[in-house]
Design a protein around this ligand. Structure first.
Ligand SMILES: [Mg+2]
Length: 123
């Protein structure tokens, strides 16, 4: 990856935001944080191309990751989305990949894993 990325992190966990920020520091121009799908849609709906990558948690209050992803696609989002979840059942992972998420990353993860996953999505 040559250019630094603008990333939106959507997660209800403050510790995940802090950890992602630390892991992604080498590759980010900026990282913004929102805490649920309602905030994510609000942030993106009039600014769909604002980010190079969206990291989207599955389980969140108000609006979960899969619902948020569906809404964003309906709005015309083209930005790659990496789903983040502690769900490890193959059918859960396949369901989201079939719906068009670019990558799926399980919690817990390491810096090496997240950087490797992102390099698969952004090249
Ligand atoms: Mg969560």
């Amino acid at each position: 990856m040559t250019k630094k990325l603008k990333i939106l992190s959507v997660d209800d966990s403050k510790s995940i935001h802090a950890y992602l920020q630390q892991c992604l520091e080498p590759i980010t121009e900026k990282i913004e944080h929102v805490y649920n799908g309602v905030e994510a849609v609000e942030r993106l709906k009039n600014d769909l191309d604002a980010f190079d990558l969206i990291i989207l948690d599955w389980e969140m209050p108000l609006k979960d990751g899969p619902t948020t992803f569906k809404e964003l696609k309906e709005l015309g989002l083209k930005t790659p989305v990496m789903m983040l979840s502690s769900k490890s059942r193959p059918e859960d992972i396949m369901q989201m990949l079939e719906q068009g998420v670019a990558e799926y990353m399980m919690k817990p993860f390491t810096q090496d894993i997240v950087l490797d996953k992102i390099s698969q999505v952004i090249n």
